[in-house]
Design a protein around this ligand. Structure first.
Ligand SMILES: Nc1ncnc2c1ncn2[C@@H]1O[C@H](COP(=O)(O)OP(=O)(O)OP(=O)(O)O)[C@@H](O)[C@H]1O
Ligand SMILES: [Mg+2]
Length: 439
């Protein structure tokens, strides 16, 4: 029988897969952001190194060879020689300004003539460069007065390094490089890497989606299969019980009826002078046979539950509690009137009550038990409460491991019907079994 909630459970698979996909995406995002930051940083420092190299080449390779000692005295020819080299071979897309400083902070040359001759004491880093001879690169702070001619040129990196005049006087050679040009070098380095990382991760993530989908589907199918098996097992056991009930009813019970009738008739037909003990034996036999018949009939009732539709749930529950009453347990049965329940809910309530009451009879050693069935807010609630010996969760677990699954079966059935059971019990405190199902 196809389970009716197959359809309603399908979105659950989609939901699980969506959760998986979202989690994957989140992890991917975190990883990609981290990777991009690291790679970009690497690209950036690579680009700065590049800028420094550029400045060193210009300073030491192009400008230093044309320096003359007379430049320091402001000689026009010496200035022109430097200017030609700078204008023709240093300035371009990337390097937009060049300045040469002496140790005292005087600009001895710049491609911006207005800057030549002005003096701004050199900051510590620049003096440090003169001392160590190592080139330095940093983002320009264009706010300072020494940079007033550079302000229109956008963001700039300044790179400075020492160069020497022929007589060995140290000067500071400074280039200003467009930040845009420097970072585009950086981008050229890191973008391809970042793209590669991103695409491989996205691919990895995409490959997992169908896998997750298949896995979730398989889990769901397994679940459904299990439910089908359980249902079939329950159905099969009901069928088997019916068959046995039928056999007993049509065979043994009819035979017993015949035997008891014959024994009674034989006892009646005995002549007056027949021995008294023979007559007594015949009558006893008839009584015993009738007794056995009655017992088998009540067994049949248990095996073959009454037709709930025809008899009504109240009557069926009353039948269920009768055996307890005959064992001297005080029974209280309280079934709400006019409960119009769907048939499958009635079946479930009946099964649950049967299991709970059989447990009371078998395990509880109770002196009283109450059964209550009530409808409330679109649900029915069955409560079976006894005052018996109670039990612990471990005890139930142990019994389950031994194959005693009465309560577990009821629990499964209740869950499948969208309801639940609850068992409250403690040693010596009795047991309360409740079942709640939407009706
Ligand atoms: N009303 C009760 N009072 C005391 N103990 C109980 C009661 N109901 C259940 N138990 C305990 O819980 C255990 C599990 O109950 P469950 O109905 O699952 O299995 P079972 O009755 O032992 O076997 P089965 O129902 O499969 O014939 C029982 O073995 C018993 O120890
Ligand atoms: Mg049981």
């Amino acid at each position: 029988m196809p389970s009716p909630d197959t359809v309603t459970r399908a979105p659950a698979v989609a939901g699980e897969v969506a959760k998986f996909v979202a989690a994957g995406l989140a992890a991917l995002a975190v990883f990609v952001i981290g990777a991009v930051l690291v790679i970009r940083d690497l690209g950036q420092s690579e680009a700065l190194r590049d800028a420094r190299q550029f400045a060193i080449l210009s300073g030491q390779g192009i400008v230093e060879p044309v320096l003359r000692d007379s430049l320091l005295r402001g000689d026009r020819r010496a200035l022109e020689a430097v200017d030609v080299a700078v204008q023709e071979r240093v300035l371009g897309e990337r390097i937009v300004r060049v300045k040469i400083w002496d140790r005292a902070g005087r600009v001895v040359y710049s491609d911006e003539p207005r800057a030549i001759g002005s003096t701004f004491p050199l900051e510590d880093e620049k003096l440090e460069v003169l001392r160590t001879g190592e080139a330095r690169a940093e983002l320009s702070n264009l706010a300072g007065p020494e940079n007033r001619f550079e302000r229109g040129l956008g963001e700039l990196y300044e790179v400075y390094l020492p160069i020497r005049t022929p007589d060995g006087t140290p000067l500071l050679f400074e280039t200003y490089q467009r930040a845009e040009e420097v970072s585009s070098t950086g981008r050229r380095i890191w973008l391809p890497f970042a793209a590669l990382v991103l695409w491989s991760l996205v691919l990895l993530w995409l490959v997992q989606v169908p896998l997750a989908w298949r896995l979730a589907n398989r889990v769901r199918r397994g679940h459904e299969e299990r439910e089908r098996l359980l249902e079939r097992a329950v159905d099969a056991s009901i069928d088997e019980r019916r068959r046995i009930a039928g056999e007993l009813h049509d065979g043994v019970v009819q035979d017993l009826a015949g035997i008891s009738y014959s024994l009674s008739a034989a006892a009646d037909r005995l002549p007056q002078d027949a021995p008294a003990d023979v007559r007594a034996a015949l009558r006893e036999g008839a009584t015993a046979t009738r007794d056995s018949m009655r017992r088998i009939r009540s067994l049949l009732l248990e095996i073959h539950p009454p037709n709930l539709r025809a008899a009504g749930l109240g009557a069926a529950l009353a039948d269920l509690v009768t055996p307890l009453a005959t064992h001297g347990i005080a029974v209280e049965l309280d079934v709400a009137d006019a409960l119009a329940l769907p048939e499958d809910v009635e079946q479930l309530v009946y099964r649950a009550a049967g299991e709970a009451l059989r447990n009371v009879e078998k395990h509880a050693h109770a002196s009283r038990v109450s059964v209550e069935l009530r409808a409330r807010d679109g649900a029915v609630r069955l409560a079976v409460v006894d005052d018996g010996v109670g039990f612990t969760a471990e005890e139930r677990e142990r019994r389950r491991a031994e194959g005693h699954v009465g309560l577990s079966l009821v629990e499964e059935l209740a869950t499948r019907a969208g309801g639940r059971i609850e068992i409250r019990s403690a040693p010596g405190r009795g047991t309360m079994f409740t079942l709640e199902v939407p009706a």
